[in-house]
Design a protein around this ligand. Structure first.
Ligand SMILES: [Mn+2]
Length: 418
């Protein structure tokens, strides 16, 4: 019997998005989170006395900022070298050969697959063959796996592949492959990288994404880590155990405001839910987003007070535990109880304004507004610039929702409303 670890998408020294610019954030823990995950991976490999470690691409996030990234990786690899644990790795789209321009001599236990053609490494003492090919450039569009070698007889065969299996939606279509192809190739275990959400696509033979080792933004919630794989004496895959390695845990908590009637209740609920989420992360640092939902009479006031509401929530998070929680933001997805169609019946002007709101896009304001910017003090221009040139569709949509809610509220509470 022997064990190995399958990890991928370590993205060493990748910044965690949306966190570091706030001074209350436990910045240091956040800054080193991907390194902490790597250290935990190595400690785990040693404590489990694994026979080897495979890393299926995107070890690095891109070109190194400085040599510290390589030095840090080598330091961890030497711990495995001392424990006689070899490492096999391929480069992915993020750390393709052409993209990472700096390099350091690797410890002798680290084996890197070539990028021009597939190759096979054999474990020094076990009947194990590992096959793989790394990315030469970030955009590999061929089906790399189709050229991988035949399995080696009487060996446990592992394929390392950075791939978009079955053209998963929303992911760069790098080195596409499909499940039937991999299952039919004759290997025992496909150690996949690229998709950050872990998934066992097939068992016996195993086709597995380990996911990344540390979530890096709000769309990478939940536990992140690696698989510990146990092989029995018949060279069968006996067990695939997921091990968490992350030190910062992302959580997107939905708060239903339907039954809530004032802001005090909202903030009380915010406090309860943040406390609960912190309990759930077992001593990790919690990076949390709150998303408020539900049909509620508070819809308009929440939108009108979005900035202050976010500050109140951040204040609560700091009060609960300023070293362990970072509030990424508060999203409003509540819905109004006001009926625009009813309001539109008030008079023609109201109907006209409501009609205009439907098509409102803050990036598409008329020229006079843009000219007005020239006459305003610097602070006001800065604030306006943020509102007028939102970076993403999402931000534009949120501004439009805020404006719509505020205007609806104004109309509903004006004198002409009954
Ligand atoms: Mn990746």
């Amino acid at each position: 019997m022997f064990k190995f670890i399958h990890a991928a998408d370590i993205h060493l020294d990748s910044p965690l998005v949306g966190l570091s610019q706030h001074e209350e954030a436990p910045a240091e823990a956040i800054r080193v989170a991907t390194r902490t995950a790597l250290t935990r991976l190595i400690d785990y490999a040693i404590s489990e006395q694994v026979a080897f470690l495979v890393i299926a691409g995107d070890l690095y996030d891109g070109d190194w900022k400085d040599f510290g990234t390589g030095i840090s990786f080598n330091h961890e690899m030497r711990k495995l070298e001392s424990a006689n644990i070899p490492v096999y790795l391929i480069y992915g789209n993020h750390d393709a050969e052409s993209r990472v321009t700096k390099s350091l001599t690797l410890p002798s236990n680290v084996h890197v697959f070539p990028t021009k053609n597939p190759a096979t490494f054999q474990h020094p003492t076990l009947p194990v063959s590992l096959h793989g090919q790394g990315f030469a450039t970030p955009a590999v569009t061929e089906n790399l796996a189709s050229n991988y070698p035949e399995p080696v007889g009487e060996h446990y065969n592992i394929g390392l592949l950075h791939t978009n299996l079955g053209d998963a939606d929303g992911h760069g279509n790098y080195a596409p492959s499909n499940l039937n192809q991999l299952v039919g190739h004759g290997y025992h275990y496909w150690a996949l990288g690229h998709i950050h959400q872990r998934k066992i696509h097939h068992s016996n033979p195993h086709v597995v994404y380990s996911g990344n080792t540390q979530g890096r933004h709000i769309n990478e919630t939940g536990g992140k880590g690696c698989y510990l794989v146990t092989i029995n004496d018949e060279l069968e895959t006996e067990n695939c155990h997921f091990q968490e390695l992350d030190s910062v845990r992302w959580d997107n908590v939905e708060i239903d405001c339907s039954g809530l009637t004032d802001e005090h209740q909202v903030l009380t609920t915010v406090r309860d839910r943040i406390s609960k989420a912190l309990n759930d992360v077992d001593g990790r640092l919690l990076a949390i987003r709150l998303t408020l939902t539900g049909h509620t009479t508070l819809h308009e006031s929440l939108h009108a007070e979005h900035t202050r509401l976010t500050a109140e929530a951040r204040n609560i998070a700091i009060e609960i535990d300023h070293e362990s929680i970072w509030l990424e933001g508060v999203r409003l997805k509540t819905q109004s109880l006001l009926d625009p169609n009813e309001l539109a019946k008030q008079d023609d002007l109201t109907a006209f304004v409501l009609d205009a709101l439907e098509a409102f896009d803050p990036s598409d304001l008329p020229m006079p507004v843009a000219n007005l910017q020239k006459k305003l003090p610097a602070d006001a221009i800065k604030a306006l610039a943020g509102a007028l040139k939102p970076g993403t569709d999402q931000e534009r949509k949120e501004i439009a929702e805020d404006v719509t809610a505020i205007v609806l509220q104004a109309i509903a509470t004006s004198d002409s409303a009954s």
